[in-house]
Design a protein around this ligand. Structure first.
Ligand SMILES: Nc1ncnc2c1ncn2[C@@H]1O[C@H](COP(=O)(O)OP(=O)(O)OP(=O)(O)O)[C@@H](O)[C@H]1O
Length: 600
């Protein structure tokens, strides 16, 4: 029950409905037990003595009870439905909010399909149990207590005899629960893995098809599907073993009562009406005991679901606001960034050396910084740490002299805009995609940002222009078009700090040049970081930093670096070798050999 206690905050505010559901079912159950008593009165007081005058009133009483019972059943259904659905609603919101709060590090290892199944199937499991399953379990308990109390007053000896089966039934039911719970847990994870497979396959369908790896993917799916099937077979095995056992024990008690009760009616120590009432009540008690397996099943399933939901809800948030986080004053932020002896290692990658080591960089407000280096050299890590995608391990990063770890996350990120190489577009209109970070933007602002990002032209050529809906992950647009929409989105926010992380790699040189000129104009007095593999992208930077395996190996302006032997000049030479006119004379003639090349 600890799991349900831990989830209390999601349903306790609706305790009125909880009690309504429980009380409705309890009263309906108690009223159900009155029927056998009416039958006893009919047999012992009317049929046997031949007193038929009261039969009509007895029937009317039975009809009255039917109506009242139906009313209480309605209360149970209505309250249970409300309770379950409100709980599911809150849980869905709670999980979704948690997903928004969790840091980048959580998503490094999280699997989309698994999270989806938690937000759907697991919440459904909890909804069913708290809404109805719990009341039904209680109902079984009520039936046992009310039923056996009434039976006790009719004939305590026969009642005691039938009571002996209850501990046995309880024992089998508990064994059943112990056996079935781990199976349900495996089924839940198997569903998660299956969903992950499908989701990954659909997302990566182009890669799968272009490498003709469909059979491989089918095999991977079949493996998970076999696992899922095996789990269900195991479940069926547990069911097959315990269900008949529970039913057998329950039926033995009915048979014993008929045998002993029958003899007692024959020898005159029990009235016929009492025997009919007792067996009727026992039938009412035993019926839900037959479904005890289902109820326990429902309980264990929802317990397993609750565990998975709590695991998500209690997930620690790696990067969060401190107690007195500073909210930045929008107008006062200048954009002066300073990295001081920053070292960082990804916690989930102990096998790798630090992604960044002793990194120092002073970026005065308004400057343009270029970051160059081979793949995995730490460029994205450096700018990510500035936005607190992760918190620095050693050293510090300051914005206008304030350690970014002391700045409110939302406030910090509202001053910055980042464009990634892979531009993500939401399945909505282009207009809404561009105004994503700035929903109150006017159409003029959106068009202006698009013009700067060289996107306005192609957007207008689309049949619905800015109202064109771009499909899941922006299908239907080229990589370069998506990048330009993402750049427009960043520029619209008029950030104090703009980060272009390989954001123009899909553009031709001319478009890139035009965008850069526009960016330089709008970003005057603001800070820009440009990460790129192309020298042409960052050659106009005020300072260019060359990284290699987390270390800064060169820094300076293009003119300085191009005259220095090293990775920068080597890269420059390679990229401009087919355009000797563009190469500086001394570089063209210099033979740079044995130096590392920038790849990627
Ligand atoms: N989320 C992550 N979890 C674990 N390791 C990571 C993560 N992101 C990057 N790394 C590792 O950190 C190192 C630096 O990566 P980073 O992304 O900063 O390189 P980069 O210079 O931006 O490369 P690229 O030019 O390919 O984008 C690499 O060794 C990379 O494998």
């Amino acid at each position: 029950m600890d799991i349900f206690k831990a989830l209390k905050s999601y349903y306790w505010q609706d305790k009125g409905f909880l009690w309504g559901s429980v009380a409705g079912l309890a009263v309906a159950t108690a009223l159900g037990l009155v029927y056998p008593l009416l039958l006893k009165t009919l047999i012992d007081d009317m049929i046997i003595p031949g007193e038929f005058s009261g039969v009509l009133s007895l029937s009317l009483l039975a009809v009255g009870i039917i109506f009242v019972k139906a009313g209480f059943q309605f209360v149970h259904g209505f309250s249970g439905g409300r309770l379950g659905n409100r709980l599911a609603y809150r849980l869905r919101n709670g999980c979704y909010e948690k997903l928004q709060q969790l840091s980048f590090s959580y998503y490094d290892t999280a699997r989309t399909g698994d999270l989806m199944s938690r937000l759907t199937a697991d919440i459904e499991g909890i909804r069913n149990f708290i809404g109805f399953g719990f009341a039904q379990l209680l109902n079984t308990a009520f039936l046992l207590v009310f039923g056996f109390t009434m039976m006790f007053f009719i004939d305590w000896k026969l009642t005691l005899m039938t009571l002996t089966i209850i501990p046995l039934l309880g024992f089998v039911a508990i064994r059943f629960e112990q056996n079935i719970h781990p199976v349900f847990r495996s089924i839940r994870s198997a569903v998660g893995r299956l969903t992950v497979r499908v989701q990954e396959n659909i997302t990566g369908v182009r890669t799968v098809k272009s490498f003709a790896r469909e059979p491989f993917e089918i095999n991977k799916f079949v493996k998970e599907n076999v696992d899922y099937r095996e789990n269900h077979l195991q479940l069926a095995g547990v069911w097959a073993k315990y269900f008949p056992m529970i039913e057998f024990i329950a039926n033995v008690s009915v048979a014993a009562m008929l045998l002993v009760g029958g003899w007692r009616v024959i020898d005159g120590s029990l009235s016929l009406g009492d025997l009919v009432a007792l067996s009727g009540m026992l039938g009412l008690i035993v019926a839900p005991l037959w479904t005890l397996g289902f109820q326990i099943n429902n309980y264990t399933q929802s317990k397993a679901s609750g565990e998975r939901l709590l695991e998500l809800l209690n997930q620690p948030i790696a990067v969060k606001n401190t107690l007195n986080s500073l909210i930045l004053d929008d107008d006062a932020v200048k954009g002066h960034i300073r990295f001081e002896d920053v070292s960082f290692r990804f916690v989930n990658r102990d096998d790798l050396p630090s992604a960044l080591l002793g990194f120092n960089l002073d970026v005065p407000a308004g400057s343009v910084i270029g970051l160059l280096g081979g793949t995995g050299s730490g460029k994205s890590t450096a700018v990510g740490l500035m936005l607190r995608t992760y918190d620095v391990g050693e050293g510090s990063i300051t914005l206008d002299g304030v350690d970014v770890r002391h700045i409110d996350l939302a406030s910090l990120r509202s001053q910055t805009a980042i464009v990634f190489q892979e531009s993500f577009l939401f399945s909505t209109t282009i207009k809404e995609n561009i105004s994503y970070g700035y929903p109150n933007a006017t159409m003029e602002d959106i068009e202006e940002a698009s013009r700067l990002a060289q996107a306005d032209g192609f957007i207008r050529e689309l049949p619905l222009g800015y109202e064109t809906i771009v499909g899941e992950r922006g299908m239907g647009l080229s990589g370069g078009q998506k990048q330009r929409i993402a750049i427009a989105r960043a520029l619209l926010a008029k950030p104090k700090i703009l980060i272009l992380d390989d954001a123009t790699s899909a553009l031709d040189m001319e478009t890139e040049h035009e965008i850069q000129t526009a960016i330089r104009k709008v970003m005057q007095g603001r800070t820009v970081f440009i990460i790129a593999h192309r020298i042409s992208t960052l050659r106009h930077g005020d300072e260019i930093v060359v990284l290699d395996r987390g270390h800064t190996i060169q820094r300076g302006t293009h003119d300085k670096l191009v005259r220095q032997p090293g990775l920068y000049r080597e890269t420059y030479r390679i990229q401009y070798s087919d355009r000797p006119d563009d190469l500086d004379a001394d570089i063209a003639s210099s033979a740079v050999s044995g130096e590392r090349r920038v790849t990627g």
